[in-house]
Design a protein around this ligand. Structure first.
Ligand SMILES: Nc1nc2c(c(=O)[nH]1)N[C@H]1C(S)=C(S)[C@@H](COP(=O)(O)O)O[C@H]1N2
Ligand SMILES: [Mo]
Length: 344
């Protein structure tokens, strides 16, 4: 374990691995919507983050040495501050609840600071390079990494236990780390956009949904036709990467009903596009699990929640639940030929 050694190269390399790992698992956590995968990444993410905190005493010795030696510390100091802010916001969200500073949530701050950490960490590594030696890949290193990993995992378990025992809000989180809001009460569900999209002004009377298949002439469905077809009801949890989830009853029409039997479209996919251009691509096999919903909690969808029609994608994180759906099409491209997260 790092405790038994002099703070130095090992601490620095471990920190780099922990930083890269927590950044990566953070994004993976955004992508995974169902247990046990989501719990696994959440635990890994928390453990890596606490690992960074555990190394702080050793790193502070290195920092002390560096401060005496070197002249320019701007990037290093910024890195420490932004990283500390990100870690603090992450712990605050996961222990004390979905807190906000003004309109900005602790989780949003955690993510924003983590994104800023990347260029700072890269700049720091370029300025203070740490050579990796062949002997770094030794049995001894592996053992130390395992001991340290175990310690970090224990720290995570301890923090979770304290959170539960103290009855802190963090104990109520779903396995993705999100907090419940407004289940069964559509009026209190937050209206959220992924990034830069905005609520469009749609006249349901003039609205048409276009359906395209490579093997059939295109189809158009009016809002009235959709309402007539929308006879399926199901409960599903929407779980936003912004840190909240809500279970609602959705009424709509299954995507496989709208599309009809798809046939042997090997690795094909279904493209669901919003009137605003926001687009997600799904595996063709998923058609029966996806729903074009017109109602939430028995009430027609409000414009903010995607009215007249939105996608319900059970088990997938909120950013897959395309609102204001205007086009559904099928083609032969695999679903993973898209950026892992929307760019809009
Ligand atoms: N067209 C479009 N659909 C979208 C988004 C968006 O920005 N544009 N955001 C997604 C995200 S990130 C979430 S969490 C849900 C939020 O749905 P709600 O506003 O009904 O709560 O919509 C999803 N569908
Ligand atoms: Mo979201």
């Amino acid at each position: 374990m790092a405790a038994s050694t002099r703070p130095g190269r090992g601490t620095n390399l471990a920190l780099l691995v922990l930083l890269a790992g927590s950044f990566l698992t953070g994004w993976v956590a955004f992508g995974v919507g169902v247990a046990p995968g989501s719990r696994l990444v959440a635990v890994a993410h928390g453990t890596l983050g606490l690992g960074i905190l555990l190394l702080a005493p050793w790193k502070s010795v290195i920092v002390g040495r560096g401060l005496r030696r070197r002249r320019r510390h701007g990037v290093a100091v910024a890195l420490v501050l932004v990283l500390a802010a990100s870690l603090l916001a992450g712990v605050v969200h996961s222990v004390f609840g979905p807190l906000c500073v003004g309109a900005v949530s602790a989780l949003a701050l955690h993510v924003a600071f983590a994104v800023v950490v990347v260029p700072l960490a890269l700049g720091h590594v370029v300025r203070r390079p740490q050579r990796v030696r062949g002997s770094d890949l030794s049995r001894r290193t592996a053992l130390r990494a395992m001991t340290f990993g175990g310690t970090a995992l224990l720290a995570y378990a301890a923090l979770s236990s304290v959170t539960s025992a103290a009855g802190l809000p963090g104990a109520r989180r779903r396995e993705t780390g999100s907090y419940e809001v407004g289940s069964g009460d559509p009026t209190t569900v937050p209206v959220t956009q992924w990034f830069t999209d905005g609520v469009p002004d749609i006249d349901p009377a003039a609205f048409v949904l276009r359906i395209e298949r490579p093997d059939q002439p295109g189809q158009q469905l009016s809002y009235d036709a959709l309402l007539t077809a929308a006879v399926t009801t199901r409960a599903a949890v929407i779980d936003c990467t912004g840190g909240w989830w809500s279970e609602q009853t959705w009424r709509g029409v299954r995507l496989d009903t709208v599309l009809g039997p798809l046939g042997p479209l090997d690795h094909g996919s279904i493209v669901v596009r919003s009137l605003t251009g926001y687009t997600r691509r799904f595996p063709a096999e998923e058609a029966s699990a996806l729903m074009l919903a017109t109602h939430m909690g028995g009430v027609p969808l409000s414009p903010g929640h995607g009215g007249p029609v939105r996608l319900v994608a059970p088990g997938r994180r909120g950013f897959w639940w395309v609102k204001w759906v205007s086009d559904v099409s099928v083609d032969a491209r695999p679903w993973w030929t898209q950026p892992p997260f929307p760019l809009q």
